[in-house]
Each structure stands twice: as C-alpha cells, then as structure tokens.
Design a protein around this ligand. Structure first.
Ligand code: CA
Length: 233
C-alpha cells in the first residue's frame, strides 16, 4: 500500500483529501503545518507527498527546496491557488513532480497521484538493492543470491524489485498487480493467476524455503528483511 503524506493547513480540505485517498486504498498521514511536515518526510519514508504551497509557518516551496537539497527523491505533488502560475513554475523548478490547482476534483488528484506512482524511479549509473543475501543490480538487471547469479524473467524481476524497495510492508495481490505491472484493478482472475505463477517461480528461484517473501494470510505478501529494518530505524 503506497504511503502518502498530506501537508495542508486547511483542515477541512485535508480531511476530504485524506478520506478520498484512504478510499483509494492508500495509507495516509496528514499534518497541518509545514515544519511538522518537513520533519516527517525527513524521518519516515513516503511514496508521495501532497504539499500545499500556502502554509502558515513555512511555505510549501521552502519545504520542497529543503527536501531536494538534502537529496530526497520522494515524489511531491503540489497544491496551488488558481491564479498562481509563477507559483506552479517555481514549484516545478524546485523539484515538484506535478501540481493540482485549487479547487480541484478528487478524481483529478487521484489520477495525478496514480501517474506519479507509476513512473519508474530515476535511472542512476548503478543501483543496488539488497536483503537477506539477495542482491539486485537494478540498472544492470542482475540478481545474485549468496554471490551466485540467478536468472529471472522480467516479471519476476519486477516483482522482486518491488518487494526489495518496500521491505517489511505487506501488499495484497490487487495492489501488487496494479503497482508492479500497472495491470488495472488487478481483480481479474487471469491477473491473479499470473501473479500467483510469477510468485511461485520467483520463490523457487530465490527463496525455496519461503524465508524471504512470506504469505500473510488474508492480507497478501511481505518481504521480511532485518537489514532494511535496521537501516530504517
Ligand atoms: Ca493553505
């Protein structure tokens, strides 16, 4: 479940956005002031931040600049006033991923959030993910387990990469299908079957003991990693 932080001082609007995003199956936190928001983004990991630019204590733009100057790549969608074209420009220049103009329809906000979350992470020269003896070189499309090279099919690779990027979080099969393969709602029987097949093959190759990716009954799947838990704390 993607985790979204909403930084918006208008409590009524924040509440409406929050309710909508929860309904859209996101995990949502909201804060009403800028400093608290900045602190949270620095401390915790979010998949996306919805950021109001007009905040009383610290402007959204300052928050955005502070984050980007620290190297944070967390996607940011800004909320701006209707006539503030310069504000939008400044926001995008400062590293926002997109913006929505107030007043907006919740459906538009939802569509823009989905679009941002679908974007692949920016390419780097090399990006290595690791957990419990598994190492993934995401740019070179290589996987090793305890130093031994493992051949994965593209779908298996994408699934493993998703888990490695979100360790210790459980995901339902619907969420996996829509977030890993953008396969729409993920509620079709064929998509579910494809996921089960991919999961079975992936486990066979990298995790025959079922120690890494676990089934959470009634919920979905989780990749358990002590390393990343330590790194996050
Ligand atoms: Ca405001």
């Amino acid at each position: 479940m993607a985790k979204i932080l909403v930084i918006e001082d208008n409590e009524d609007l924040a509440q409406v956005v929050r309710t909508f995003l929860i309904f859209e199956h996101y995990e949502v936190e909201s804060v009403f002031d800028g400093r608290e928001g900045l602190q949270r983004v620095k401390t915790y990991e979010y998949d996306l931040v919805v950021l109001d630019l007009g905040l009383p204590d610290m402007s959204g733009l300052e928050i955005l600049k502070a984050l980007r100057s620290k190297g944070s790549k967390t996607p940011v969608l800004i909320l701006t006033g209707q006539d503030a074209i310069e504000e939008k420009e400044r926001g995008l220049d400062a590293g926002a991923d997109d913006y929505v103009t107030k007043p907006f329809h919740m459906k538009e906000l939802g569509a823009r959030i989905r679009a941002i979350l679908r974007r692949p992470a920016p390419l780097k020269d090399s990006e290595i993910l690791s957990a419990s003896g598994i190492t993934m070189d995401v740019t070179k499309f290589k996987v090793t387990k305890d130093g031994q090279s493992i051949q994965l099919l593209p779908r298996e690779f994408q699934l493993l990469e998703f888990f490695m990027r979100h360790p210790n979080q459980s995901f339902s099969s619907e969420v996996l299908i829509s977030r890993v393969w953008q396969g729409g709602t993920g509620e079709t029987e064929s998509a579910q079957a494809a996921l089960r097949t991919t999961m079975r093959r992936l486990r066979k190759k990298i995790d025959p003991d079922g120690a890494l990716i676990k089934t959470v009954h009634g919920v979905g799947y989780i990749l358990e990693s002590a390393e990343s838990a330590t790194a996050e704390s």
